[in-house]
Write a protein of this length. Structure first.
Length: 378
């Protein structure tokens, strides 16, 4: 087991990336399907099939969000504090929409009144659209930088406003996120929702997939001219955490520094592109299972593209550059990180097994529901 602080910080960053990937793979599937509810759920039977495909696992998937927040709090408490103080106007609506989802599922399951059914569907649709869009807004602002400042007493000062978070670049990243999750959810429906919705799901896969590829390419071109961040002073990976003990510079194209130093990292965004094209091909050829694998790979590589581009920054500041938080200067102590490693070594395999089991159980239930529908209609 690693005992030096540098290795523990790197391991913590890797765990953070892994949990982010699992969160988007699991919860992103729910968001992607509910995004499509206004399009594919206009018919009551189709809407019921769509909701049943994600309802059993919708709350369990949020366990990854809890683990992500807990890891950020335990491993990088300064980053956690700054994020909660600066980005709460984005985080609170996301949390509210996620909390309203069980209420919407209750209305759809137990209330037969048409009015409550309509309310439930609207809440579910908003619960997919709002978190997905705000997640993209959040990622876009992380790449541009957050307007916060840390004074000499480590007090957090947020110097921006809510409207400033909705800039053109963050709106582009939000569109990328929406297109990616819509494609991901449509592929899942093409695989699991039965023949009645396959043609509609396939059409959405094509449109959302093409939109994702175009928007992802546009975001990549924009990032080449976007002001990135770079540590200009000596990096002390084994020193005690002090975000103010470094110098940071900002300049165009600096988010590409990691790719210049490690050219193999270009494989990450390239694989995201190739996987996106593979999704379109497999979906068109009615190979839904392989399209699902390709879409999961596309989601994974897209998340990793964001992660490796920002390394080692966690929360860059665009107002007070030296207040930017990195994995080297905002982590917890060595003992805390060691304890966290052992907790994650036990918890993560169990969560992976549970997530896989839930997905298999939901898939079997969906197949049973789909096979039972023709008999009910006869």
């Amino acid at each position: 087991m690693p005992v030096d602080l540098e290795s523990l910080r790197l391991l913590g960053w890797a765990l953070l990336g892994l949990i982010m990937v699992m969160l988007v793979l699991c919860e992103g599937l729910t968001l992607g399907v509910t995004l499509l509810l206004p399009v594919l759920g206009t018919d009551d039977r189709h809407g019921r099939n769509l909701i049943n495909s994600i309802a059993p696992a919708s709350m369990g998937n949020l366990a990854w969000l809890v683990v992500l927040v807990a890891l950020l709090f335990a491993a990088w408490p300064i980053a956690y504090a700054v994020a909660m103080a600066s980005l709460y106007t984005l985080l609170l609506p996301i949390l509210l929409m996620l909390l309203l989802r069980p209420l919407a599922l209750y209305f759809l399951d137990d209330c037969n009144l048409a009015l409550w059914q309509r309310y439930g569907k609207n809440i579910l649709a908003a619960g997919g659209l709002v978190p997905a869009a705000l997640l993209g807004i959040l990622v876009g602002n992380l790449l541009k930088g957050i307007p916060f400042h840390l004074d000499s007493d480590m007090r957090i000062l947020f110097l921006g406003d809510f409207s400033g978070l909705f800039n053109l670049f963050s709106l582009l990243i939000a569109a990328v996120c929406l297109a990616l999750l819509a494609m991901y959810g449509a592929v899942f429906l093409q695989l699991r929702a039965g023949e009645a919705m396959q043609s509609q799901a396939k059409a959405i896969v094509l449109r959302a997939g093409l939109a994702f590829l175009v928007l992802f390419a546009a975001a990549g071109l924009w990032i080449t001219h976007l002001e990135g961040y770079h540590i200009s002073s000596d990096i002390l990976p084994n020193a005690a955490s002090n975000p103010l003990a470094k110098f940071v510079k900002r300049g165009e194209g600096l988010w590409l520094d990691n790719y210049e130093h490690e050219p193999l990292l270009w494989c990450v965004p390239v694989l995201a592109f190739l996987a996106g094209f593979a999704v379109l091909g497999f979906s068109k050829w009615d190979k839904a299972y392989f399209a699902m694998i390709a879409s999961a790979l596309c989601v994974t590589m897209t998340v990793l593209t964001f992660s490796v581009s920002m390394f080692p920054f966690l929360l860059p500041s665009n107002i007070s550059l030296n207040s930017s938080l990195t994995i080297w200067d905002s982590s917890a102590s060595r003992i805390t990180l060691q304890s966290l490693f052992w907790v994650m070594a036990v918890a993560l395999p169990l969560m992976l097994i549970c997530s896989r089991w839930v997905f298999c159980a939901v898939s079997c239930a969906d197949q049973g529901n789909v096979s039972a529908e023709p008999a009910e209609q006869d």
